[in-house]
Design a protein around this ligand. Structure first.
Ligand code: NAD
Length: 255
């Protein structure tokens, strides 16, 4: 597998959250195929094990961390353990995310569900970024790629909490990008439209149709297509781009 790709991450350590399945796992596979030692972080210990076995079978060096990103102390301990073990964290990709309940109007949204979505998608991302930055600063190099969503730019009706959280992810990306510009660390986001994963399969079909109908290419995205964009943003090559949100929306994004 590694022969198909350039080895842009040879010798690097890449930590990917939400990596037990779906887009996060696809990103881990791509970065691993390009030579990275990948650290898969996810709350789902069982799925992590299966994911690790799949990557190992493909010859990808991997390590797993069973952590809930909403638990700040656990996130800091896990990231500290990675830094101690390999003395470097070159790449952080934050893909852990949930939609919460969807296909609801704003007055129907349960405030507890709203909080939970922001807790995972936004605070969890913040905890991970906050914890890796000191290691990247010490190394004078780092690549942070946050998985946002087209819903953060457009606002998907029926998805208040999710769209709000992803708009905030784009805002956070811009701030981190600016604050660390000039340190060797970049922070960018990638905003996919619909990609068929467990996250989408768990949503009401009307909500999925609403989102898919808006894609000019008339199809959903592939995990590999998102992973390819992330791999570029996470690579040394992307040295003059920070605070940006890359598109992976089949033509849906207008900015
Ligand atoms: N699939 C899409 O259409 C789509 C579109 C745009 C953006 N995204 C974003 O891409 C990312 C990955 O989504 P996916 O479609 O692969 O979903 P998925 O449900 O297949 O994978 C999400 C992963 O995140 C993990 N996770 C959830 N909460 C966590 C927590 N508190 N701590 C640690 N891990 C946690 C899950 O266990 C799961 O393995 C998410 O941020 C999602 O919002 C997905």
């Amino acid at each position: 597998m590694s022969e198909q790709f350039p080895q842009r991450f040879a010798g690097q350590v890449a930590l990917i959250t939400g990596a037990a399945q779906g887009i996060g796992l696809g990103i881990a596979r791509r970065l691993g195929a390009e030579g990275a030692r990948v650290v898969l972080l996810d709350r789902s210990a069982g799925q992590l094990q299966t994911a690790a076995q799949t990557l190992a079978a493909q010859g990808i060096a991997q390590h797993t961390l069973s952590v809930d990103v909403t638990l700040r102390d656990a996130v800091e301990a896990a990231i500290g353990s990675v830094a101690r073990q390999w003395s470097r964290i070159d790449v952080l990709v934050t893909a852990a995310g949930i939609t919460g309940k969807t296909n609801l109007k704003t007055h129907e949204v349960d405030p507890g569900d709203f909080d939970r979505v922001l807790d995972v998608n936004l605070r969890g991302m913040f905890f991970c970024i906050r914890a890796v930055l000191p290691h990247m600063l010490a190394a004078g190099y780092g690549r942070i790629v946050n998985i946002a969503s087209i819903s953060g730019k457009d606002g998907n009706a029926g998805m208040l909490a999710y769209s709000t959280s992803k708009a905030a992810v784009i805002g956070m990306t811009k701030v981190v990008g600016k604050e660390y510009a000039g340190t060797g660390i970049t922070c960018n986001a990638v905003a996919p439209a619909v990609v068929r994963t467990a996250l989408v399969d768990a949503m009401p079909p009307e909500q999925v149709r609403y989102m898919t109908d808006k894609i000019p290419m008339g199809r959903t995205g592939e995990i590999e297509e998102v992973a390819a964009v992330v791999a570029f943003a996470a690579s040394r090559e992307a040295g003059f781009t920070t605070g940006f949100c890359f598109d992976a929306s089949g033509g849906r994004a207008v900015y």
